[in-house]
Design a protein around this ligand. Structure first.
Ligand code: SIN
Length: 280
């Protein structure tokens, strides 16, 4: 297995491995090490069916729980992210977020396996929340250390959220629900359970306030952090190719699905790996 890290270490390309077969313990440990070191790892040329995708996911850990989106028929743990050429609704995932951070134990990782890649657009952007934290001043780190951020799915999946209001054609079946109104608080600065590094843990899609602060107070701090995390210096633009499999770490990254492919089909298969409640 050959790991080629990006300059700066955020993101790595991995070749010389066949993910469609069970991996031995040594290879799996090397994959985990690369994932921990580089946060976003991608494996070009990995044709595999849904059974193999599920089997690879389960080698990393149990499936996460995917709410608000109808899974593939007969595959409760696989989502098909599909956008047809004639769709007019905004592409799915077009906002900076960490997957399902409103859950008490958000998924540790997400896997996306490219089925159909449009000839233009359709990149995924990833932001490095470790570097975002590490580059803050000591005074800002000290201020953020005790804070807990409030996460909710309401802005996306609630009865007044963006999916409830949209009128354009969408193929994916989104389930808008009162459940999305629930909130959960997580530390604003988390310690990664594997790497031991600290990362900022908040996003414009799912973080709606800071515990114990008024909304204007909390949002002023959060808006600064959102802008800080997603500045160009911390962002990697990921180009897809058919059969590429990408695994990212939701505990230390945000991602954003870029559009720019109206008139073209894009299809991805997605699974999540269960995680644990975040800790400071
Ligand atoms: C997502 O999981 O948010 C979508 C990512 C993508 O389709 O590029």
């Amino acid at each position: 297995m050959k790991v080629t890290p990006h300059t700066g270490g955020f993101g790595a390309r991995i070749e010389g491995i066949d993910l469609s077969r069970p991996l031995d313990a040594g290879t799996m440990a090397a994959v985990r090490d690369a994932w921990s070191a580089h946060s976003v790892i991608y494996f070009p040329d990995q044709p595999m069916d849904l059974d193999a995708l599920e089997a690879f996911t389960l080698q990393l850990g149990p499936f996460g729980e995917d709410p608000f989106i109808k899974p593939m028929p007969g595959r409760p743990n696989v989502l098909e992210l599909r956008r047809e050429p004639d769709e007019t609704a905004t592409n799915f995932g077009a906002g900076w977020h960490s997957d399902w951070s409103f859950q008490s134990a958000p998924p540790a990782g997400t896997i996306l396996h490219a089925q159909v890649v449009p000839p233009v657009g359709g990149d995924t952007l990833y932001a490095d929340c470790y570097r975002a934290y590490e580059t803050l001043s000591d005074a800002m780190k000290a201020m953020l250390a005790p804070l807990r951020a409030v996460h909710s799915a309401r802005q996306a999946y609630g009865p007044s959220g963006v999916f409830a209001k949209e009128t354009g054609k969408r193929t994916m079946q989104i389930v808008v629900s009162e459940e999305a109104e629930k909130t959960v608080a997580h530390p604003l600065v988390v310690t990664h359970p594997v790497s031991g590094r600290k990362a900022l843990f908040c996003s414009p899609v799912y973080t709606v306030g800071i515990e114990g602060m008024t909304r204007p107070e909390g949002m002023a701090i959060l808006r600064f952090l959102f802008e800080h995390i997603t500045q160009d210096d911390f962002v990697y633009r990921h180009h897809w190719a058919t059969d590429m499999l990408t695994l990212w770490d939701n505990r230390c990254t945000l991602h954003f699905a870029d559009g720019g492919y109206d008139g073209h089909l894009r299809v991805m298969h997605r699974t999540t790996v269960a995680g644990a409640p975040p800790h400071p």
